[in-house]
Design a protein around this ligand. Structure first.
Ligand code: G
Ligand code: G
Ligand code: MN
Ligand code: NA
Length: 250
């Protein structure tokens, strides 16, 4: 397939790069970090969405070199940011199967000089579906490095709550579908409220994804949600723009 050939080429020739979307502390309004989101400016097709090529990367195994590239680039970029600003990197469940994830993360931290506490790794519930002891061992080893672990897209999986018992996450990201419904659907508000109190009970940071409107923001603040991310604050931007954003908030 052409997209697979092009993707392989883009990975080898640095055609893929991270863009960064701010994570905002809702109490202070300050940026606490950025999520790295892969972008592919294609020479013929313009910007290709990760929704289109991440599945191809996962089918073909290219997610491993893609994930390695993103981790390295994100750590190198973040090492140039102020010391209180973190970077969050998404991991595919497949990256846990290759066996070298721990070495990959260790290398990225060492080569970039980024302190482990400034790196967050986002995983989805599908990783924990397997209940594999090897996966849990890797998660614990990563956390022992001092890296923070986030559960992404919380609430969309089958058994979100049982996973919280099997591994001590540092952060839970409320899936944007709940945030989207906040104004219109009282049930969504009840769900957000209970996730926030769960987070407080577990001592875990709660981040709301997909915040688009002031109304959503004020509801999330009223519920005591810690952190927000979404188009209301900013889309994902290339690193030079991140640096000017951070200068502006100093
Ligand atoms: O960036 P959005 O902008 O369109 O991202 C779409 C999807 O792609 C999201 O589910 C996001 O988690 C995933 N994604 C973005 N960047 C990466 C990445 O570097 N690695 C993996 N595994 N998934 C990513
Ligand atoms: O799956 P994950 O949560 O890692 O990916 C985040 C996805 O959400 C990316 O595709 C990103 O571009 C998208 N996103 C970020 N903020 C918003 C938002 O405010 N609204 C919508 N609709 N999507 C968003
Ligand atoms: Mn994510
Ligand atoms: Na998510």
């Amino acid at each position: 397939r052409k997209i697979e050939i092009d993707l392989r080429d883009a990975i080898q020739n640095e055609g893929l790069r991270p863009y960064y979307q701010p994570l905002v502390d809702l109490a202070s309004g300050r940026i606490t970090g950025f999520e790295a989101l892969v972008r592919w400016p294609h020479p013929e097709r313009g910007m290709i969405s990760p929704g289109e090529f991440i599945p191809v990367a996962e089918e073909t195994g290219l997610i491993n070199p893609l994930g390695a590239l993103m981790l390295h680039r994100a750590c190198m970029d973040a090492a140039q940011w102020p010391d209180d600003v973190r970077v969050a990197v998404n991991l595919s469940p497949l990256q846990f199967r290759t066996g070298n994830l721990l070495a990959l993360v260790t290398d990225a931290l060492r080569q970039s000089g980024l302190p482990a506490r400034r790196l967050e790794l986002e995983i989805t519930e599908t990783l924990l579906l397997e209940k594999s002891s090897q996966v849990l061992a890797t998660l614990h080893a990563l956390r022992a490095l001092g890296v923070r672990m986030s559960m992404d897209d919380f609430g969309t999986g089958y058994s979100s709550l049982s996973y919280l018992r099997s591994f001590p996450f540092d952060k839970i990201k409320i899936d944007q579908s709940f945030v989207r419904d906040l104004g219109a659907n009282p049930d969504a508000q009840a769900i957000v409220r209970s996730i926030v109190s769960l987070g407080i009970g577990l001592g875990v940071t709660i981040t709301a994804e997909g915040v688009e409107t002031e109304a959503e923001l004020s509801r999330l603040r009223a519920e005591g949600c810690h952190e927000g991310q979404g188009f209301l604050f900013s889309r994902a931007r290339p690193n030079p723009e991140v640096i000017s954003l951070l200068k502006a908030q100093r």
